[in-house]
Design a protein around this ligand. Structure first.
Ligand code: ZN
Length: 143
């Protein structure tokens, strides 16, 4: 993907974040994520029904990378099964760690494919994805 296109996608998700704002609904499972190396503090909500991610919301104080990455994460994972979501999460982690990954499965999230060149921003891109992974693991443990 062209770096200009990537920049535009990141900017669009930063300026018009999707699924921003919490519901406070008890049907959602929540987590608070902090990034000590940046201003990022994100609250996440997830609603899973019959193994399908029905909704994800996020809110909080975050930099451009973290906000756009949270927005892209919600767009990418809503509607997927928890198994599919875990596969996407693993590929996203692999991409940030410069390991082999599946570009197709990551959809718009591939805009961060060169973020590893800025190690201090890696955690910004990762924070919300990491939070959702934790929530999915907790939901699994509850079964
Ligand atoms: Zn940040």
């Amino acid at each position: 993907m062209d770096s200009e296109i990537k920049r535009n996608i990141i900017l669009d998700h930063y300026q018009n974040p999707r699924n921003k704002g919490l519901t406070g609904n008890k049907d959602y499972k929540t987590i608070n994520m902090n990034n000590e190396s940046c201003i990022d503090e994100v609250n996440l909500e997830i609603k899973v029904e019959n193994g399908i991610i029905k909704d994800i919301k996020f809110d909080g104080e975050a930099c451009a990378i973290c906000t756009s990455s949270s927005s892209i994460m919600t767009d990418t994972l809503i509607g997927k099964t928890t198994e599919e979501a875990k596969k996407v999460l693993q590929n996203f982690l692999n991409m940030l760690d410069e390991k082999p990954y599946d570009k197709e499965i990551l959809e718009e999230a591939i805009v961060y494919d060169d973020i590893h060149k800025q190690p201090n921003r890696k955690k910004c891109a990762l924070l919300s994805w990491w939070g959702i992974e934790k929530l999915l693991n907790e939901l699994e443990a509850q079964k």
